[in-house]
Design a protein around this ligand. Structure first.
Ligand SMILES: C[S@@+](CC[C@H](N)C(=O)[O-])C[C@H]1O[C@@H](n2cnc3c(N)ncnc32)[C@H](O)[C@@H]1O
Length: 224
């Protein structure tokens, strides 16, 4: 498959490059020292909790989730990643879900915590998805995310108008091995309003610098 000129959506991109992504997240400081620890900190104590990893990929967050949580469910659009999760974490329940279609296979009020790590920038309509996350969380349950910061260096380079939700067609990867990818830029109001409209209380927002850039935005919210 020639992926160089396709402008792949997030799910297509990772399906086509599952092995490369697995390799990358094992080594890169941006994951190991920056993204993973912040999600874990925002998730707080997960002992005995029922947790959903929404857009789990190959399961980077599953080691610490499965260590303490009562039950872990992992969903993703990529069958390649779900196969890796089933192989490495046989006790994790997996379901293939395209988040653009909501979370309908999942029961209402099933989870105490939903995490979604580096996934939401691939989703256009956050309003509908946030309503679905609200539905599957128990009252008081929490939602923790990381997503591209609106001033992510890629977006700053490619987005004509900060103020509108816009498609970004970009290239990731080292020289000679780049892959085309499509994701969404959204201004900060379009990050926060879907949470507020779906009846979440925002508990914490973090924008830690990575190499002096605001790379990812982290947010923890509680279902009202
Ligand atoms: C950057 S990876 C993050 C994976 C994992 N959460 C991590 O932190 O390593 C993005 C993930 O989002 C998934 N994804 C992208 N678009 C999706 C969609 N519409 N529905 C479900 N999953 C999607 C991809 O398959 C991929 O696993």
């Amino acid at each position: 498959m020639d992926v160089r000129c396709t402008g792949l959506t997030g799910s297509e991109l990772y399906a086509a490059h599952a092995a490369r992504y697995v390799e990358m997240i094992r080594k890169k400081q941006v994951y190991l020292d920056y993204e993973r620890p912040m999600i874990r900190e925002l998730a707080r104590d997960i002992s005995g909790k029922d947790v959903l990893d929404m857009g789990c990929g190959p399961g980077a967050h599953l080691p610490w989730l499965t260590e303490k949580a009562a039950l872990v469910t992992a969903v993703d659009a990529s069958e390649e990643f779900l196969q890796i999760v089933r192989r490495d974490y046989p006790r994790v329940e997996t379901t293939r879900i395209d988040l653009n279609d909501g979370l309908s296979p999942l029961q209402s009020e099933r989870f105490d915590l939903v995490i979604s790590s580096l996934v939401l920038h691939y989703v256009n309509d956050w309003y509908t998805l946030l309503e679905e996350v609200h539905r599957v969380l128990r009252p008081g349950g929490r939602f923790v995310i990381s997503t591209h910061h609106p001033f992510h260096p890629y977006a700053v380079r490619s987005v004509a108008n900060y103020l509108t939700i816009s498609v970004v067609d970009d290239r990731f990867g080292p020289p000679g091995q780049e892959v085309d990818v499509r994701y969404y830029h959204r201004p900060i109001a379009e990050v926060l309003n879907p949470f507020l409209r779906a009846h979440f209380a925002i508990e914490r927002i973090e924008e830690p610098p990575f190499e002096n850039e605001p790379l990812f935005l982290f947010l923890a919210a509680r279902r009202l």
